[in-house]
Design a protein around this ligand. Structure first.
Ligand code: AMP
Length: 110
């Protein structure tokens, strides 16, 4: 399968990895939109949130918490986004969650 994030998880494309567990892999976004911008992806390929099962969703949420604490975002907060499909401007068709923080973020989300 020709999937960018599957290749990153497999180590075929380099990344700045920040976290890994049995189900989740996380690395810094190549084009950061905030001082901390981490992408968390399930190791198992799934296109978007519509294909996500409960176990994977729980693993992603746990990993978001772990990475947020590791990155020092606990006190001041952060934002979690998952773009889905064309209207959501999803550009990589492997489910991913953006974790953004490290500064005051915009009130606008659209
Ligand atoms: P989305 O637009 O929600 O699909 O997010 C895809 C994200 O992947 C974008 O924020 C890109 O900057 C990021 N991205 C694309 N290629 C890479 C890469 N090789 N390493 C890290 N992040 C990447």
């Amino acid at each position: 399968m020709d999937c960018l994030f599957c290749k990153i998880i497999a180590g075929e494309i380099p990344c700045d990895k920040v976290y890994e567990d049995e189900k989740v892999f996380a690395f810094r976004d190549i084009n950061p939109q905030a001082p901390v911008h981490v992408l968390l992806v399930p190791k198992k390929h799934m296109r978007n949130i519509l294909e996500c099962d409960g176990e994977t969703a729980a693993a992603l949420v746990r990993a978001v918490g772990a990475v947020a604490k590791r990155e020092g975002l606990e006190a001041d907060g952060f934002r979690v986004i998952s773009n889905c499909g064309r209207n959501g401007c999803q550009s990589v068709e492997h489910l991913h969650v953006h974790l953004l923080g490290g500064a005051q973020l915009s009130e606008k989300m659209s």
